[in-house]
Design a protein around this ligand. Structure first.
Ligand SMILES: *Cc1c(COP(=O)(O)O)cnc(C)c1O
Length: 407
């Protein structure tokens, strides 16, 4: 086991709080959504955290996700089911991006996507709170991460995904020990099945933001960025937004870091990136609404952000507005072009959702929302290897004369 995890410890969680009404909920109990039907946020005794650890203490630890343990909810390290959650690198995208563009490459995490951050935390908490059976709707990567961590600690999982979910994701989920069902609908249709079973007491509902701890796991992206940038944040962050867990988590992380006195009050402009074929947050942003209506007939190659309706919509919109950022939509052709450019010019294979952030960056540059001097972070949330690639059919017959000039 990683040396970070060898001692059992105390957490600094004080309580949970409804994200819309502020109503308090007790820690150490199993919770879903708040009574108002909205996500619960975990609150910490940050003064106690400040006396217990410093930035230097954190920096002296191995650079994995658990170096942040005082700002995470797990009470007993024995409940952590680790698959090796490393700090992900910032990779310059000089040619297809620009001189100040960095990709936070989340494809290096266990199960090949940043869903591992959220699920490693949520599963540890489920284990801590005695859950034995979990169900989840997924577009692929969340289901895979859930299957991996839950299987590892003996929790039973049932996963529902749209029937056009990328084949590799469905097989990965099955391979890692979950029971996976393809459903003839979208992710929220799958969510309705999960909700019905949960209401009947059949399982615990692990839908995005319907349990409180995935945000805490995703929060580590913001904590890592602060440390990687020398406790000063970048100028802009482009985040491919489905349920918005990561954007909400990072915004929460920045707030906690400021309260600890570890960063100042400056914030990056947060850009919520969606696909033109499924852009409920962009539509709500542009209309000045606080909540986003369901997007009908959602369709895009970027499956991870094909989320027609998000329970945390108001939290995404609030963070984007407070940051001075914007919600941006990009079309599938621009997404595929960006994936191609990053691979061919910079040798970095992005997932389509990562391609969307690169396309949105160029859009933001063109309309003057950012400029070339701005330090920018694009999120590549999964390894490009999980997605279909154009075929490369050339073959060579070694028994015939070879035209070397034509190779
Ligand atoms: C889930 C997912 C997203 C969206 O993340 P949210 O935090 O739910 O908005 C983006 N890209 C990929 C590859 C994903 O799997």
């Amino acid at each position: 086991m990683n040396q970070n995890l060898t001692t059992d410890r105390q957490t600094f969680v004080t309580h949970l709080e409804c994200s819309i009404t502020g109503e308090r909920y007790e820690a150490d109990q199993l919770h879903g959504l708040s009574r108002a039907g909205r996500p619960l946020l975990v609150r910490y005794d940050l003064d106690a955290v400040r006396s217990a650890v410093s930035r230097d203490t954190i920096e002296a630890r191995p650079t994995d996700l658990w170096r942040w343990r005082e700002l995470l909810p797990v009470r007993h390290t024995s409940n952590i089911v680790s698959l090796g959650e490393i700090e992900t690198p910032l990779v310059p995208l000089t040619k297809s991006g620009g001189p100040n563009v960095l990709v936070k490459d989340e494809g290096r995490l266990p199960t090949g996507s940043f869903k591992a951050r959220g699920l490693v935390m949520a599963v540890a908490m489920a284990k801590e709170l005695g859950v034995t059976k979990i169900a989840m709707p997924t577009n692929g990567n969340a289901g895979a991460a859930l299957a991996a961590y839950a299987t590892r600690c003996g929790i039973e999982t049932i996963v529902f995904c749209p029937d056009d979910t990328p084949e590799i994701n469905v097989r990965e989920i099955a391979m890692q020990g979950a029971r996976v069902w393809r459903v003839n609908g979208l992710i929220d249709d799958c969510g309705a099945i999960v909700g019905k079973g949960a209401a009947e007491g059949r399982w615990f509902d692990f839908s995005t933001l319907k349990e409180p701890y995935r945000i805490e796991g995703k929060k580590t992206m913001g904590l890592e960025l602060a440390a990687q940038f020398g406790w000063k944040l970048p100028d802009a962050i482009f985040y491919p937004t489905g349920g918005g867990t990561g954007l909400i988590g990072m915004w929460k992380a920045f707030d906690e870091l400021e309260k600890l006195g570890w960063i100042g009050s400056e914030r990056p402009k947060m850009f919520a990136v969606q696909a033109s074929g499924c852009a409920p947050i962009v539509r709500a942003f542009e209309a000045g609404e606080e909540h986003a209506e369901r997007w009908e007939d959602a369709s895009t190659v970027a499956a991870g952000i094909r989320v027609p309706k998000a329970v945390g919509d108001f939290l995404i919109l609030r963070a984007v507005r407070e940051s001075g950022g914007q919600a941006l939509a990009v079309g599938d052709p621009a997404i595929l072009k960006a994936v191609d450019a990053a691979a061919k010019q910079d040798g970095l294979l992005l997932c389509p959702e990562g391609g969307a952030t690169l396309a949105a960056y160029h859009q933001a540059l063109n309309i003057g929302l950012v400029d070339e001097d701005d330090k920018v972070v694009l999120f590549n949330c999964a390894t490009g290897l999980k997605y279909p690639m154009p075929e490369a059919p050339q073959a060579l017959d070694r028994t015939r004369p070879i035209d070397f000039d034509a190779l």
